[in-house]
Write a protein that binds this ligand. Structure first.
Ligand code: CMC
Length: 392
């Protein structure tokens, strides 16, 4: 049966038609619905980006207000869900918790699981965008043994999230607007990235008719891996391991050595063979955050900038078209915002949820889509006879 195309890793197979996100990897271009990522990140905000990804166009003032109002109305999660969290070991990884609690939403919100009903789907979309920050913050609070903090609907999306993560009952907590703006921008940069592994997972799960919460849980599981959403954690660990500027040449040497499995984390990308446009914005956001929290002299930033400078001038990296990707600076930035590394991928999942749900909706509405069912090239045993266990 050799008539199937063999394409492991899907490097040359388009699985769908999509009008959501455009990437030109050679030119280093990323557009959401036609808008350059840097214009959205510099001039817009995350909920506007959500509206854009879901509906196809930027909202008018009234549409935006209505959308924000609807998201805000759904920020609370059912009180019973808190028992889900407390069922976990107290040192559970927050991503393990997220896979479970997001999947569990389908057991709580029966009025938004019918995928053939447009109203159900729209409510599910809003619920997911609204509840992800609440669930992510609860996973964090649980992991550090602090009480859950309820959402505050007078705050905007990113500020409310920081509040739920960092406020404690015993003292006053005021969200720093510079940090909230940085958080919001990080969400915009991660909102969608066309048919990456986790998005493809969501589509494949959804192609069977599974409910949207279950599909997003599948996407979160896929995102967890270090080659995907876990790379920012790996990049920060690497910078910490390098530790000081004088040790950079040693690590560059290792990255180039064919016999050494070490890779420069936060460098290289399957699609971008040029500077990842998100990396530039992340670098700028990183500087702003470090200045604001008074960590301008963070030695990790010096290591990162020098590493980038040397790699961009090194023949090996030039020839293989390896540039910093979005994860190179996000680790330092998230650390400065106060998050432990175990939360990094959770933040990515929070932001990517809108992309997953927009792609899922596009698939549901596409009459050409059918259940995803790849074929294989079988290279196992040919037919043979069963032998009873006594004679084996
Ligand atoms: N450091 C050193 N060499 C590298 C690196 C790196 N970071 N990335 C790729 N190479 C080399 C690789 O050894 C190979 O060399 P050769 O052709 O001589 O065998 C060549 O470049 C092509 O690499 P590949 O692994 O075949 O390319 P890929 O498209 O399968 O992998 C990647 C892309 C992102 C997995 C890879 O570049 C990598 O492992 N980077 C480090 C991890 C990372 O930063 N991941 C985040 C990706 S962006 C965010 C996300 O998707 O979640």
């Amino acid at each position: 049966s050799g008539h199937f195309t063999y394409d492991p890793g899907f490097t040359s197979t388009a699985s769908c038609e999509s009008d959501i996100t455009y990437i030109d990897g050679d030119a280093g271009v990323l557009l959401y619905r036609g808008y350059p990522i840097d214009e959205l990140a510099e001039q817009g905000d995350f909920l506007e980006t959500c509206y854009l990804l879901l509906k196809g166009d930027l909202p008018s003032g009234m549409q935006k207000a209505d959308f924000v109002e609807r998201v805000t109305r759904h920020t609370m999660v059912h009180e019973q869900m808190s028992r889900f969290f407390t069922g976990f070991r107290r040192d559970a990884h927050p991503m393990a918790i997220m896979v479970a609690v997001v999947g569990a939403l389908s057991a709580f919100y029966h009025d938004s699981t019918d995928i053939h009903d447009l109203h159900h789907r729209q409510v599910a979309q809003i619920r997911m965008i609204a509840k992800m920050p609440t669930l992510a913050a609860m996973a964090y609070k649980y992991s550090i043994g602090q009480p859950f903090v309820y959402p505050r609907n007078d705050l905007d999306y990113a500020a409310n999230f920081l509040h739920m993560c960092f406020a404690v009952p015993c003292e006053e907590y005021k969200v720093n607007p510079v940090l909230a703006r940085a958080m919001d921008r990080i969400f915009i940069l991660h909102a969608d990235h066309e048919q990456n592994a986790s998005t493809s997972t969501v589509r494949l799960a959804g192609s069977s008719g599974a409910n949207p919460f279950a599909c997003i849980a599948a996407g979160i599981a896929c995102l967890w891996g270090p080659a995907h959403g876990g790379a920012n954690e790996a990049a920060l660990n690497m910078l910490q391991e390098i530790g000081s500027v004088d040790r950079i040449p040693e690590f560059i040497g290792r990255a180039k050595d064919k016999n050494d499995p070490f890779r420069l984390m936060g460098f290289g990308h399957r699609v971008y063979k040029n500077y990842d446009p998100r990396a530039k914005l992340m670098q700028q956001t990183c500087h702003e955050v470090l200045a604001e929290v008074g960590a301008k002299d963070d030695p990790l930033l010096d290591v990162a900038m020098e590493l980038e400078r040397i790699a961009l001038h090194d023949e090996y990296f030039i020839e293989k078209k390896l540039y910093p990707n979005v994860d190179f600076y996000s680790g330092i930035t998230l650390k400065a915002l106060g998050f432990p590394t175990t939360m990094f991928t959770v933040l990515f999942a929070l932001a990517r949820t809108v992309g997953w749900i927009a792609q899922w909706e596009e698939m549901i509405e596409d009459p050409k889509q059918k259940i995803g069912r790849p074929r294989q090239l079988y290279d196992g045993k040919t037919k043979r006879e069963y032998s009873p266990i006594a004679s084996r």
